[in-house]
Design a protein around this ligand. Sequence first.
Ligand code: SF4
Length: 262
Amino acid sequence: MKIRASSLPDLLDCAARWEAKHIKKLRLPTSGKAQLGTAVHAGTAAFDSSILAKNPVTVDDAAGEVVDAIWKPREEVVWGDDLGQREAEGIALDLHRKYCKNIAPEQEYVAVEQTCDVLEIKDLGITLTGTTDRVRKTPDGLGIVDLKTGGAAVAADGTVKTAGHASQIAVYELLAGFSLGLPITAPAQIVGLQTAKTEKARRVGIGEIANAREALVGDELNLGVLEMIAKMLKAGIFLPNPRSQLCSAKYCPMYLSCRYRG
Ligand code: SF4
């Protein structure tokens, strides 16, 4: 069974929702919020890729990707009263500039948007796939960098939310290590990009996750998360979580027919 790294938060939050999206292939249109994140990813990736290719473009040139993602999305996007295209463009452009000016100059990337199509883990019967945002070079070896946009990505004191991301980051470490053919040994970084409506509250920052693979892989005494997932998929049991923050018609394609949300 194939698992996209980007779908792991869904799988660990409400497995029934993951099944609906990734096995039953039920679809919801993309939300404006999600598209805002896609736009920031597109602009910053264009900027970092150009530096990696030793053909740097300006921050404003790379911002063209942000504007295109907002105004010419590749998928259907539902813009609402809470976030329209014009406002999303302003937020995304501001975060793009803050990232390019405050975060990117401190990093030495060796890979940008590194795709790994297939990492087969035969003994568990699962295949991992996905695209790692960045791989950086550090004195401690290579490390993963994952960009996270969101309304609670960076606290007022500048702390970046890292809790709950370890399993997904660990999958990115496996994928990047496999596709680059090099070990990933440095702590991972979460680059938080706060999608606040006011300019002042739009913060960017970095948080670290060390030893992300511990929980994912497990040891002789403890099952790893990956093994638990493999057992769950093999059994065909997808536990619902009606207490999930995403248990709503906006985020779950089977919300109307779900018998578990009570
Ligand atoms: S409606 Fe709620 S409990 Fe049911 S699958 Fe969706 S998120 Fe999970």
